[in-house]
Design a protein around this ligand. Structure first.
Ligand code: GUN
Ligand code: ZN
Length: 398
């Protein structure tokens, strides 16, 4: 039976578990309770963690990641929407999809919740062509205030979404881009599909102050941006809202009471000057939080980059520990995307594993936090070099 032996850090139920001499065994891709070292492969100078999971990433933006110098709305118009229009061309789409899959594996990402482009066929690139990664996602839906090439009528967008939800079941994620590009009819239709199919839903919420003001202009009858999504039935435990930065206490209560997830993307927020997400307020309100890269606004597909930045931006506020951050980049993201069998190295879960190079090996004084922090410090800015091995469902891919 295959297995690995090395120091191991993982979420385990509500806590975190650190084992100096960890043993991981699996069969048919499922982690076993058996912890006997037996013939487990001994890996020197690494730290084993669960496969990293990205709760918010845009496939068609891969080639233009890191092109930021303005704020959200001009960046979308100048850099992102023209690139997403190119995704209609089959050869271009296939090339980007191959690079994206390999880039995520190089970075140690084993699962992701993915935005496609605003065309139905991009859903197949997301849900079929990124294997062996575990993917949930869908085509972006938009029917107003965008490039003409990217707009479908609400009827056509909803008909496509219904067919894709039937084809891909719970792996399909309804993906209305955000309120400014989605009519009332489109949002109401998404609410209806969310209620009557197993599909999930992802979108953006309160990332940028100009965006928030635009939504207030478009929907003067509703109290807030969050209230617009609530009005159309788009909140709930199968919904993941990207960003959630500029929210008041009533908004946080709407998210918390409905069980809606926040996908927090700190590298993206820095790149676009969006502001710091008030993690301590979301946590106090009981809003569940996962981490994401938001590539292409985020410059790097590495969830280690996101974790490193996450620890920096919340220093002096929520002050999360490295292992708390790792939980958000693994188990929390797994739960946000509906993959409850993944995101922790625990018996009965899938064997998605990443081995990180631990410079100098485990020190006598190390605990899980210090070991992980040493990895982050050693590989900042050259994240793929930190990755010593990647397994999905027990199969080694890197
Ligand atoms: N808001 C609406 N669309 C997008 C997008 O593609 N990226 C980001 N970061 N925010 C958005
Ligand atoms: Zn995004």
């Amino acid at each position: 039976m295959p297995g690995l032996r090395a120091p191991l850090l993982t979420p385990d139920g509500d806590g975190m578990r650190f084992e100096r001499d960890g043993v991981l065994r699996w069969k048919d891709g499922w982690i076993l309770p058996d912890r006997e070292p037996g013939d487990a492969q001994h890996l020197p100078d690494v730290l084993l963690i669960p496969g990293l999971i990205d709760s918010h990433i845009h496939l068609p933006q891969y080639r233009v990641r890191g092109r930021f110098h303005e704020a959200l709305l001009p960046w979308l118009r100048e850099h992102i929407w023209p690139e997403e229009a190119r995704f209609a061309e089959r050869d271009y789409r296939e090339g980007v999809t191959d690079e994206f899959r390999e880039g995520l594996l190089d970075a140690g990402t084993t699962a992701a919740m993915v935005y496609g482009a605003p065309a139905a066929d991009s859903a197949h690139a997301v849900l079929r062509d990124l294997a062996p990664l575990t993917i949930r996602g869908g085509d972006v839906l938009m029917d107003r205030n965008g490039l003409d090439d990217l707009l479908r009528t609400p009827d056509a967008a909803l008909r496509d979404a219904e067919a894709l939800a039937a084809e891909y079941g719970e792996r399909y994620v309804l993906t209305p881009r955000f309120v400014p590009t989605c009519s009332a009819e489109l949002m109401a239709g998404c609410g209806s599909l969310l209620a009557r199919t197993p599909a999930r839903l992802q979108t953006h919420l309160a990332e940028n102050l100009d965006e928030v003001a635009w939504v207030a202009d478009l929907h003067p009858d509703l109290r807030s941006y969050t209230a617009v999504y609530a009005h159309y039935g788009l909140l709930g435990p199968r919904t993941v809202m990207g960003h959630c930065i500029h929210l008041d206490d009533l908004d946080l209560r709407l998210l918390s009471r409905s069980g809606t997830w926040a996908a927090h993307c700190p590298t993206s927020n820095i790149a676009l000057g969006s502001g710091r997400m008030p993690l301590e307020r979301l946590q106090a309100a009981g809003v569940p939080v996962a981490l994401g890269t938001d590539v292409g606004a985020g410059p790097d597909v590495s969830m280690l980059d996101v974790l490193h930045t996450f620890l920096q931006v919340h220093r002096g506020f929520a002050d999360p520990s490295p292992s708390e951050g790792l939980r958000l980049a693994t188990r929390a993201s797994a739960l946000a995307m509906g993959e409850g069998d993944r995101g922790e190295l625990v018996a009965g879960r899938r064997a998605d594993v990443v081995a990180l190079h631990l410079p100098g090996g485990l020190q006598r004084s190390d605990d899980g936090d210090s070991a992980l922090q040493r990895v982050l410090d050693a590989f900042a800015g050259r994240w793929t070099e930190a990755v010593a091995g990647v397994w999905i469902d027990g199969r080694r891919l890197r």
